[in-house]
Design a protein around this ligand. Structure first.
Ligand code: URA
Length: 230
């Protein structure tokens, strides 16, 4: 990672303040003054600011069990942002890897690592998201068949990719999808004449929502969870 970003992430300085102190020659990496913001310090480099060691913070990876009535936005709007639930500094650097609707609950991944987040959200990567879905009407055999081949959503040029459905009861199913189109789950069921009345995300890739987290609680991901996203 670039030196200016490293300094910004690991101190209270903003990115432009970090750039300034670097160009002023106040930053050393392994005993050498570095004036280039683009310089990439080695993994275990000893970095000092005005002679004081900086403890380097790596990227952050968080799972949150999102409750209803919080929005996946960095700022409060008509409803509070889910960042109100997290205690962390420099929250403005964090973003959500795969947003949920205001009334959807469950697994929400939050990070400041853009490349990692892209692996989750990029349609090319086909990262599977698993949802528990409560339905207004019993699911029909026709709907089950359509989910297998690919549901056609309104105003989309192509049908969805085949989705996996596990039927728990006539009105409760587990749906696994490889895409993340806007309101996708609700639109898929609307396309087969049904209505989603409850939606809860349980899993993203191999990362499962920790059953110890109550609604509104969060924790940092383990190394194993982080590296499971490929
Ligand atoms: N699909 C939806 O319709 N809503 C969500 O919150 C997530 C997936």
């Amino acid at each position: 990672m670039r030196l200016d970003k490293t300094i910004c992430e690991s101190t209270t300085l903003t990115r432009s303040q970090a750039k300034k102190v670097i160009s002023q020659g106040r930053i050393t990496c392994d005993d050498k003054i570095i004036r280039s913001c683009a310089y990439k310090p080695k993994k275990n480099a000893q970095i000092f600011f005005d002679g004081k060691a900086i403890s380097i913070r790596g990227p952050r990876y968080i799972m949150l069990n999102k409750p209803e009535h919080y929005i996946c936005s960095n700022v409060d709007e008509q409803l509070p942002s889910l960042f109100n639930l997290i205690e962390a500094d420099k929250k403005e650097q964090l973003f959500i890897a795969g947003r949920l609707d205001e009334d959807t609950t469950g697994l929400t991944l939050i990070t400041d690592d853009g490349k990692w987040s892209h692996k989750i959200t990029s349609p090319r990567n086909k990262c599977i998201k698993r949802y528990r879905v409560g339905l207004d009407a019993p699911i029909s055999e026709d709907a089950i068949a359509l989910f297998k081949t690919g549901v056609q959503l309104k105003s989309e040029p192509l049908p969805c990719l085949p989705a996996e459905l596990e039927i728990l009861s006539s009105t409760e199913v587990i749906l696994s999808i490889a895409e993340g189109k806007y309101h996708q789950v609700k639109r898929m069921f609307a396309a087969v004449g049904n209505l989603v009345i409850e939606l809860h995300r349980e899993k993203i890739g191999d990362i499962e929502l920790d059953s110890k987290l109550a609604l509104g609680e969060w924790r940092y991901l383990t190394e194993k969870e982080i590296s499971s996203i490929k």
